[in-house]
Design a protein around this ligand. Structure first.
Ligand code: ADP
Length: 533
């Protein structure tokens, strides 16, 4: 017993419960979704920000080149400062000569009235141009004053001649170098190099180099990452807790169902039922199906138990009778031929009754399996009924049988011929058996919309009203002693009903005590179309 109890306990705990699995699965799903979202956000934001910084740097470098390329000779500290800071003289991609400091300081230009005039007009033009370029100039100057940006100008030989932030930096390359990320004195940022060619003379005048410190950007990136990780952890915790509560709530009926099953497993006699759920979902269906199934199984078990009880009860009487006769023979029968003969014939009679009982029980058990083996078998109604009618006429010549056949043509019924005959014989046998004075049996046959309607009427002893429904039960006999005398075991009608039910037909009895009984049978007709096809 202890072992069984242990085994049962072991069966109950088999790894994590469904609730835990559900909670874990939902958390994992949310974790994956959130991670994808976080990585996407992080990457996109970083790329966008870094792209913007790169563009700004490239733009600043373009302006630097624009300003410095007006110089025709190699850049010097003075010329670089002048070009980078002078507002009036800066006109990008325009009249390089006017922007050239050498040109402006030339005394020839100052004394030449034509030049003077032209310079006046150009000066006013350049001032108006300066006005229109003011925002650009301002943006350039403010770009230069950014703490993150360090701009360097070198002469042709790579010597540093201008430095916007004070900290010196060597020229990184003599070729054009697109903004690339490097680490310099524990600072990471973009570095870019542009060789500067004179706009006019097209010769190399120097190099521009810029370093853009990306530390603030990395700081923002780090903060974004920390925020996303914190959010991910919070969402993971929340989803686990929520998943656990939700799954506990939704799986509650499953647990109750499992407990119900477990109770039934431990105690098969238990009458517990699964709860009726009003959720109208699959679990409600499951609960309902389980209850129905259990109900059917209980009924089936009850029937089986009843059947075994009834059979043993039915067998007890003939066995007791035979035993009595054998004892009688043992005591006196050996010498008394009269007792011997009487006892032997009585015993033989009981044995033949037992044989019949066994045969009927076998028939009943076969009748229960009809729908599996004979579901597509059919028989011809007229043929079977007429044949049985003639057989009974021959078998019981003292009885008056009448057949009222209303069928215009042969009808096919969905029942295996042997079973049709067996069922008819059981009812006609009863009609003969339970007829008293009036030895008459009427058979009628007609066609309804879907069923063949058969009626078998006798004018015998009849059945009390409250017992009419019970005569189809196994081993039920209205008058046990009388029925037994007539050789009945109370199984005939149970077999007939089982057969008819299996073929989706119907049977019922109407009876008036002392006047007789009518059995009405309905058998499904096979439509002509189906037979042809
Ligand atoms: P049995 O083998 O005892 O006849 P059945 O199952 O055929 O068993 O019938 C059950 C009981 O129904 C019978 O014992 C009898 O009391 C009653 N019965 C059946 N048919 C008739 C009938 N035609 N007239 C009166 N009683 C009947």
């Amino acid at each position: 017993m202890k072992k069984i109890a242990k085994k049962m306990k072991k069966l109950a705990i088999k790894g994590p419960s469904l609730t835990v699995k559900w909670a874990l699965a939902s958390s994992f799903f949310i974790f994956v979704v959130f991670t994808i979202f976080a990585v996407f956000t992080y990457k996109t934001t970083s790329n966008l920000m870094i792209g913007r910084e790169r563009n700004n740097l490239a733009k600043t470098m373009d302006q630097l080149v624009d300003r410095l390329s007006v110089s025709e000779s190699e850049l010097t500290y003075l010329s670089a400062i002048h070009q980078l800071t002078e507002v009036n003289t800066y006109m990008p991609n325009n009249s390089a000569s006017q922007n050239n400091p050498e040109n402006q300081t030339s005394p020839d230009n100052q004394t030449d009235p034509e030049n003077q005039n032209s310079q006046d007009s150009q000066s006013s033009q350049s001032s108006s141009n300066a006005d229109s370029n003011l925002p650009e100039y301002n943006s350039f100057v403010s770009d230069l004053s950014q703490p993150e940006l360090s701009v360097y100008v070198y002469n042709r030989s790579g010597k540093l001649i201008f430095n916007s932030q004070g900290e010196a930096l060597e020229l990184a390359a003599t070729q054009k170098k697109e903004p690339t990320i490097v680490t310099r004195q524990d600072k990471t940022g973009f570095i870019t190099v542009v060789p500067i060619y004179s706009q006019k003379a097209k010769n190399l005048v120097g190099y521009g180099q810029a370093f853009y410190d990306l530390s603030p950007f990395f700081e923002i990136q780090e903060r974004l990452l920390t925020t996303l990780i914190i959010l991910e952890v919070i969402s993971l915790l929340l989803s686990s807790v929520l998943g656990f509560f939700l799954s506990s709530y939704f799986l509650k009926p499953v647990k109750v169902l499992r407990d119900t099953m477990d109770t039934i497993r431990r105690d098969p006699q238990s009458m517990v039922k699964a709860p009726v759920l009003n959720t109208h979902d699959e679990l409600a269906d499951l609960s309902e199906i389980f209850n129905e199934m259990m109900e059917r199984m209980r009924r089936y078990i009850e029937q089986q138990e009843q059947f075994v009880q009834d059979v043993s009860h039915e067998l007890r009487t003939p066995v007791a009778i035979i035993e009595g006769h054998l004892k009688l023979l043992d005591r006196w029968g050996k010498d008394d031929p009269e007792v011997l003969e009487e006892s032997l014939s009585a015993s033989l009679q009981e044995i033949s009754r037992m044989k019949m009982l066994v045969q009927e029980m076998l028939d009943l058990s076969r009748a229960e399996q009809v729908d599996i083996q004979y579901y597509d078998k059919t028989s011809e109604a007229k043929e079977v009924v007429h044949q049985i009618y003639h057989n009974f006429e021959l078998l019981y010549p003292d009885f008056k049988f009448t057949l009222d056949d209303e069928l215009d043509q042969e009808e096919t019924v969905a029942i295996y011929r042997n079973h049709f005959e067996q069922m008819m014989i059981i009812i006609l046998d009863n009609a003969v058996k339970y007829s008293t004075k009036r030895k008459e049996v009427h058979i009628s046959m007609d066609k309804g919309t879907r069923y063949l309607e058969l009626a078998i009427q006798d004018f015998g002893e009849g059945i009390p009203k409250d017992e009419v429904e019970k005569i189809f039960n196994r081993f039920y006999r209205v008058d046990k002693a009388r029925s037994r005398n007539q050789g009945g075991n109370g199984l005939g009608l149970a077999i007939a009903k089982q057969l008819i039910d299996n073929y989706k037909g119907k049977i019922h009895a109407e009876s008036v005590l002392g006047y007789g009984t009518v059995f009405r049978i309905f058998l499904p007709i096979v439509p002509k179309k189906e037979i042809d096809s």
